[in-house]
Design a protein around this ligand. Structure first.
Ligand SMILES: Cc1cc2nc3c(=O)[nH]c(=O)nc-3n(C[C@H](O)[C@H](O)[C@H](O)COP(=O)(O)OP(=O)(O)OC[C@H]3O[C@@H](n4cnc5c(N)ncnc54)[C@H](O)[C@@H]3O)c2cc1C
Length: 463
């Protein structure tokens, strides 16, 4: 296996496949000078772009500026697997764990969010290779089947149209000797090219009259008597309201740093599969897939039939969001091994791209909202790797909270209860190192690793 893995990564580009595209737009100009506007949005990922669009749709006369420190989609939004989930809370089981009393309303909000997502793609003519083929969770060990069945029952109870598949039926969908059962939610969810989505949202925002400035990091945020002052290297902006859509970055707020741990997740893209290679694994329905390995691997096809295969988390001291090791082949060895174990029939397939991306890990495992400076500033983040569609919900809820919208949904627990604290450095680094080491080997070796993960679960970390 070692030589296959080394060879498979020998000519790999260490950058997101999605961003390596001739469709990438040129950078919008950096911000300079002084302006007074109605709303400043910090962050040009999905959350920031949806915030600008939704705010402009609701208030066409507002002047809105989006400031992005780097380039649009160069944060998490240009790096995901691109599996679109309906849930706004990292899945139904997590909704049940965190807010069991609100589960039906959260489900309704998730469906409305997805309807709004689809409508925006159509209204703004965003071509992002979207395919509405549903999503599937696949059990990879017989001992995982009971939990999957329980999740299936929960989905039925809350009105989802889901199918439970045995090993043979699952392998008819996607052939792997590891797969022992599956839960397929056919009617909702899908897959999308995330960079094309972000670039489409950027174009839509600009068309609506939003000013988008790239290479424009907010360097300071301070309070004025009647609003906020945002500084960049090139200028200043004053506004009554500021929306922090900074995901794993804390934007100068210690409170965000306490509640978010910026972990890295890693992804591989294969070269395009030939029709013959694709036939070896089936996948005629092209659905997005999560498996039940403790490290959680996810996989999907691209428009040109590459397999995107992700799920190998790491943590770097102080939440480094661009560690140098992301550009080294050995960082991806264990992920490549997991790929070939899953698809032994694809041992002749090489990886064209490999990359890492920042995950805004929160104790709640889903978006939360925090108000700062007497409510003039709001932060929305904490998606924990489930924000491709959820970020639209985060933007919409965050805006309602920022503008003191009286609708009762902004009084729900998800809107007002923050996610819990995560221990500071160096405990954070030590805890994360032990946990991720345990996660990567617990499935094959168990032992102390399972004990440690159970202990961490008792502390409230939902692995
Ligand atoms: C490897 C990986 C796989 C994933 N797979 C999936 C998936 O399959 N399905 C799914 O639903 N979700 C997935 N996700 C999660 C999803 O990508 C994120 O939840 C989503 O992109 C978050 O969007 P965002 O706009 O909040 O964050 P980002 O896209 O990270 O945007 C935040 C932006 O803020 C900018 N910023 C930070 N500080 C400042 C500052 N001071 N001034 C100006 N700008 C600043 C950053 O440069 C960044 O561009 C995945 C994430 C990763 C990393």
């Amino acid at each position: 296996m070692k030589s296959i893995v080394e060879q498979s990564l020998s000519s790999t580009k260490f950058m997101p496949f999605w961003l390596d595209s001739p469709d990438a737009p040129s950078a919008s100009p950096a911000f300079s000078g002084f302006q007074e506007v109605d709303l400043v949005v910090i962050g040009g990922g999905f959350t920031g772009l949806w915030t600008a669009i939704l705010a402009k749709e609701a208030n066409p006369t507002w002047s809105i500026i989006v400031l992005e420190a780097g380039r649009v989609a160069h944060g998490a939004s240009g790096r995901p697997g691109g599996i679109i989930s309906t849930s706004v809370m990292h899945g139904l089981a997590n909704e049940d764990r965190v807010f069991p009393d609100d589960i039906d309303i959260l489900e309704r909000l998730g469906m409305e969010n997805l309807d709004g997502f689809k409508k925006a793609l159509a209204d703004y003519g965003i071509d992002a290779d979207v395919e509405w083929n549903g999503e599937m969770t696949i059990a990879v060990k017989p001992e995982h089947v009971a939990d999957l069945k329980e999740e299936y029952e929960l989905h039925l109870k809350h009105g989802h149209e889901v199918q439970f598949l045995d090993a043979e039926q699952t392998r008819k969908q996607l052939k792997s000797p590891m797969f022992v059962a599956g839960m397929w939610s056919q009617k909702r969810s899908g897959i999308i090219n995330p960079a094309k989505l972000a670039w489409g949202l950027k174009a839509a925002a600009i068309k609506l009259g939003v000013q988008v400035h790239e290479n424009s990091k907010m360097t300071e945020l301070s309070e004025l008597a009647d609003g906020m002052l945002v500084r960049t290297e090139g200028g200043k902006i004053s506004a009554p309201k500021v929306f922090l859509a900074t995901n794993a970055w804390h934007a100068g707020q210690r409170d965000i740093k306490r509640r978010i741990i910026a972990v890295r997740d890693h992804v591989l893209a294969t070269e395009p599969l030939s029709q013959e290679q694709l036939a070896r694994i089936g996948w005629g329905n092209r659905q997005g897939i999560y498996d039940t390995r403790t490290q959680l691997n996810y996989m999907r096809l691209t428009a040109d039939n590459r397999v995107i295969f992700g799920g190998s988390v790491s943590y770097h001291f102080n939440g480094d969001t661009a560690p140098k090791c992301d550009a080294r082949a050995d960082t991806y060895y264990s992920l490549a091994e997991a790929f070939y174990t899953t698809f032994p029939s694809l041992k002749d397939v090489r990886f064209s791209h490999a990359w890492g991306g920042p995950i805004d890990y929160s104790m709640r495992f889903s978006v939360f909202f925090r108000k700062y400076f007497s409510g003039k500033v709001v932060y929305a983040g904490g998606y924990t790797g489930f924000g491709v569609a959820g970020s639209r919900f985060g933007a919409s809820m965050g805006l309602g909270i920022l503008t003191n919208n009286p609708d009762p949904i902004y009084k729900l627990a998800i809107a007002i209860e923050p996610s819990g604290y995560i221990p500071p450095e160096p405990f954070r680094w030590i805890g994360a190192k032990i946990t991720f080491a345990a996660l990567s080997k617990v499935d094959e070796k168990g032992g102390w690793r399972r004990l440690w993960l159970n202990f961490v679960k008792v502390l409230g970390f939902p692995f």
